[in-house]
Design a protein. Structure first.
Length: 63
């Protein structure tokens, strides 16, 4: 599974605060980064929760 942050992300930091194992603030580029190119199997459920919890549904998951 892969995660992508869409361009309409408002950088509120909810994903970073709740799921720091998956996301990080990139202050240089003023964006949120996904820490993995491929989400590890043990974090797939966490990624689904993050996508659900995103304030603007900017986290896109794909197989």
């Amino acid at each position: 599974m892969k995660a992508e942050i869409k361009e309409y992300c408002i950088r509120c930091g909810i994903c970073v605060g709740l799921y720091p194992q998956l996301f990080a603030h990139n202050f240089e580029k003023d964006c949120i980064d996904v820490k993995y190119d491929e989400i590890p199997a043990e974090l797939e459920e966490t990624a689904k929760n993050a996508a659900r919890d995103c304030a603007v549904t900017a986290i896109y998951l794909k197989k």
